[in-house]
Design a protein around this ligand. Structure first.
Ligand SMILES: *[C@@H]1O[C@H](CO)[C@@H](O)[C@H](O)[C@H]1NC(C)=O
Ligand SMILES: *[C@@H]1O[C@H](CO)[C@@H](O)[C@H](O)[C@H]1NC(C)=O
Length: 330
């Protein structure tokens, strides 16, 4: 049997746009993609999560504003933090939800860039292999969803992590069926993934290291912290000087700073249904919390990072920036 990883690699090579090259360095097992910077050496992108509801719950409004801001920032690509199709993922590659919740909604010209997506827990309730299938990429070339992978853009490396299998309660859920094909058993999958991620982070020479997963690590909203990620994933991020962890799962916008590491936790999960009405502080430092719809932008150079959260009207709700010393003292 051909492994799914080999199949994913094969389709990336065959169907990829020219800037999406498969790297020849394989330090670790995770598939690697590349995306080039703008001619001035900068990069800009949007981050959206928890969206696919056929335009409802303000999904279309958020999409329209993404189109406008995407144009303004001349974005290079879009990141989806998962829960791509509600309520139960896709039924197969012929599920009309793909068109109704993705192609028809994110139709603005500026959004016809590569999307890099991870899977959320709702995606695991459907046919996961359909979301990962190259058939969807034939229907809409901007679509790309993989389980865990690395995106290399010279000054920054994005490490996409499949977080749903970490959450133990999903494995023994008697109400909800999850598609664990090519994942089970849990412990092997998690152990290999963390080993590959740790190795890839250690080998990385990029100025910025960003990790993306669907689930929260730290959150003050409905789902709160994800204990399995706090215990198993966070130590790997802390040990490897990760700058940002970006996620969805909680349907809000929030920024939390780690108290004992440089990590910033950014939730962009406001792609559609929102207003959970829960606020529960945790022991890390809350910088910003908006319990409604919206999305996030990132602008990056080798030296500077700027992020902005926008609401459903495209209004700038919050921004945060940081700078990397070109010659760190350590
Ligand atoms: C859509 O957004 C507006 C403005 O934030 C909000 O008042 C309204 O409740 C939202 N609708 C839904 C269904 O969330
Ligand atoms: C699921 O339940 C079984 C039986 O109680 C237990 O042995 C197993 O560890 C559970 N799996 C997870 C991932 O929690």
């Amino acid at each position: 049997m051909v492994s799914s990883k080999a199949m994913v690699m094969a389709f990336v090579v065959v169907l990829a746009i020219p800037t999406l090259l498969f790297s020849s360095h394989t330090f670790a097992e995770l598939p690697r993609l590349e995306h080039s910077l703008k001619s001035d050496g900068s990069l800009s992108l949007l981050v959206i999560g928890d969206w696919g509801r056929k335009g409802e719950f303000n999904q279309s409004q958020v999409a329209n504003q993404m189109g406008r801001i995407g144009e303004e920032l001349d974005i290079n690509f879009v990141i989806s933090t998962g829960d791509n199709f509600y309520d139960n993922g896709l039924t197969g590659v012929d599920d009309k939800a793909f068109e109704e919740s993705f192609t028809n909604i994110y139709a603005a010209k500026s959004l016809q860039k590569q999307w890099y997506s991870v899977l959320g827990n709702h995606d695991y309730r459907g046919d996961v292999l359909a979301q990962l299938s190259p058939v969807l990429r034939e229907l809409d070339r901007k679509w790309l969803c993989m389980r865990s992978f690395i995106l290399d853009a010279e000054i920054v490396q994005f490490f996409f992590v499949d977080t749903t299998p970490f959450v133990k309660s999903y494995w023994n859920d008697t109400q909800i069926h999850n598609d664990w094909r090519e994942v089970a058993p849990r412990q092997n999958y998690i152990t290999n993934l963390l080993k590959d991620l740790d190795m890839a982070l250690k080998e990385s020479t990029a100025t910025w290291k960003f990790v993306i997963g669907h689930h929260t690590i730290r959150s003050v909203s409905v789902h709160g912290d994800t204990i399995e990620l706090v215990e198993e994933l966070l130590p790997v991020l802390k040990a490897n000087n990760v700058d940002l962890y970006m996620n969805g799962h909680d349907h809000c916008l929030q920024h939390i700073s780690s108290k004992d590491s440089p990590i910033q936790f950014m939730t962009s999960g406001g792609g559609s249904k929102s207003w959970g009405g829960v606020y529960r502080p945790n022991s890390d430092e809350l910088q910003f919390f908006y319990d409604g719809q919206g999305f996030m932008s990132l602008e990056l150079t080798k030296r500077d990072l700027k992020m902005v959260f926008y609401d459903v009207f495209g209004q700038n709700l919050y921004e945060w920036s940081t700078t990397k010393d070109a010659y760190p003292s350590m």
